[in-house]
Design a protein around this ligand. Sequence first.
Ligand code: FE2
Ligand code: FE2
Ligand code: FE2
Length: 165
Amino acid sequence: MSKTTDNLQEAFAGESQANRKYLAFAKKADEEGYAQAARMFRAAAEAETVHAHAHLRALKGVGSTAENLKSAVDGETHEFKNMYPAMIAAAEAEGEKEALRSFKFANEVEEIHAKLYQKLLDGLSKDMAQYPYWVCPVCGYTVEKEYPERCPVCNAKGDRFIKID
Ligand code: FE2
Ligand code: FE2
Ligand code: FE2
């Protein structure tokens, strides 16, 4: 792997993290009543997305939708089969309760993501049935078509789910 490929991967990871961090900071700034700081965090977050996407394109990291669905299945599968189980075991051993809850929620949801992506990959067609997804704002549980009365992963109320239309 060339130095530049390494650098693109590092820069993609850093810009991606900055994007999510700034969005979290913007939410906090709004909660604290600092609307202008919130705006600047959101502006920079948007710019970091531009940087992250450019780095990813330079890495040839975006393929056809069929290729991207396969890549998504592989990534989610790695997370729920290998990455999170090891992290859950370490958090249990270290008594890190908040991290444990966070890892467990993610672990359950990544397995569902892998299935949802695989289903799309199996039936991929431009005239396939169209329906929304719903996402739990607490644990990220993701479901097709209708939100449940209660989240099956974290028990949050279904009417809090975010619609992805
Ligand atoms: Fe940036
Ligand atoms: Fe996921
Ligand atoms: Fe949930």
